[in-house]
Design a protein around this ligand. Structure first.
Ligand SMILES: [Zn+2]
Ligand SMILES: [Zn+2]
Length: 366
């Protein structure tokens, strides 16, 4: 195993900001640099990074003023696969996923099964010191690692997306208490939403309806778990709701008990979700946005319905998601592209303009 004498990394030297007086935008800056390999404490390992996905959250830190816990300069990136090269003997040489959020395993939330929202949790590219995934290596606790075995012909770099994009929907399905035969609506089939569709189906959902404004993406989802798609382009929540009504009628599906996953984090997406929420339904909020949405909360009472938030994914669930990937119950290849890590600035720029159809995974090329 090659243990490096330094870590090569793309640090966020400064996030995008605004001059308070002139209002002028000061663009964020990424810089290639070297940092020392830290002394590993017991229970820590050094992972040689195979790939790190570019997530919406990274872009929020870099472009939109969402603050990181560790102050810049730090390295972003929390969707990581790689190989252990130093530390804990038992882990050396193993291929691993590094969970995007690692619970403290000490606090009340951790002890009561809510560790995915542990308040002392560590996240690469945010709160593990200055370390993040857009690097050659990263030191992490070994307790939460998910070992990858028998990955066959699936590239290790592709599996990076399991560390975040593909695990968040699994936690969302748990929050929804998704059962075999449940009818599901997924709003937004981008980076996270398309895995939501695939996993809902893999977990035994009856009917899966996918809603988006990108016709091509929707068409594609018909081959990956969606039974019906609704193109919401130019339609308001009421129009979508009427379309759902006729789909239900046509297919003899109930008006009650639908589990709705909102993955866009946008106002139209959330308004559509709220309009679709009906008797004994559950709405799971998977996407993030800063806007406010108006809703008559008493409808929840009348419908005996629920709105539930979901955050990250417990490391305990990672092996289950990885198994779904390795057994081809969910597909990665059509939804991933790899690029050299040296193109990080362009990749950020591109993903910031429009969330790509295929998740960009950056592969170290220092
Ligand atoms: Zn993420
Ligand atoms: Zn905790």
């Amino acid at each position: 195993m090659a243990v490096p004498d330094k870590i090569l990394t793309w640090q966020m030297v400064q996030p995008t900001s605004r001059n308070k007086e002139t209002g002028e935008v000061i663009p964020g800056r990424l810089e290639k640099t070297e940092i020392p390999v830290p002394d590993l404490k017991p229970g820590e390992v050094l992972v040689e990074i195979a790939g790190c996905g570019v997530c919406h959250t990274d872009l929020g830190y870099f472009y939109d003023g969402v603050p990181t816990v560790s102050k810049p300069p730090l390295t972003l990136g929390h969707e990581i696969s790689g190989r252990v090269v130093a530390g804990d003997e038992g882990w050396i040489g193993k291929e691993v996923l590094i969970p995007a959020v690692m619970p403290c395993r000490q606090c009340y939330l951790c002890k009561t099964g809510r560790g995915n929202r542990c308040l002392s949790q560590k996240m690469p590219g945010n709160s593990i010191g200055i370390y993040g995934g857009f690097s050659s290596h990263i030191p992490v606790p070994s307790i939460d690692l998910c070992e990858i075995r028998n990955r066959g012909e699936i590239p290790l770099a592709h599996l990076a997306v399991v560390a975040d994009a593909a695990t968040t929907p699994f936690q969302a399905a748990k929050r929804a208490d998704l059962q075999v035969g449940d009818h599901v609506i997924v709003i937004g089939v981008g980076g996270v939403g398309q895995y939501m569709v695939q996993e809902a189906k893999a977990l035994g959902a009856g009917t899966v309806v996918a809603i988006d404004i990108d016709g091509e993406r929707l068409e594609n989802m018909l081959s990956y778990g969606a039974d019906v798609v609704i193109n919401a382009t130019g339609k308001g929540p009421k129009d979508v709701s009427n379309e759902m009504k006729s789909i239900r009628k046509q297919k003899g599906l109930p008006t009650y008990g639908w589990k709705i996953f909102e993955a866009t984090g946008t106002k139209p997406g959330q308004e559509t979700a709220l309009t679709l929420l009906s008797f004994t339904g559950k709405l799971i909020i998977v996407g993030f946005g800063m806007q406010k949405v108006e809703y008559s909360i008493s409808r929840l009472m009348a419908f005996d319905a629920e709105i539930i938030g979901t955050w990250g994914c417990l490391p305990e669930y990672y092996p289950a998601v990885l198994e779904m990937v390795l057994s081809k119950k969910i597909q990665l290849a059509p939804f991933v592209q790899t690029r050299p890590m040296s193109t990080i600035a362009d990749a950020f720029d591109e993903a910031h303009r429009k969330s790509p159809d295929q998740r960009i995974v950056l592969v170290p090329d220092f």
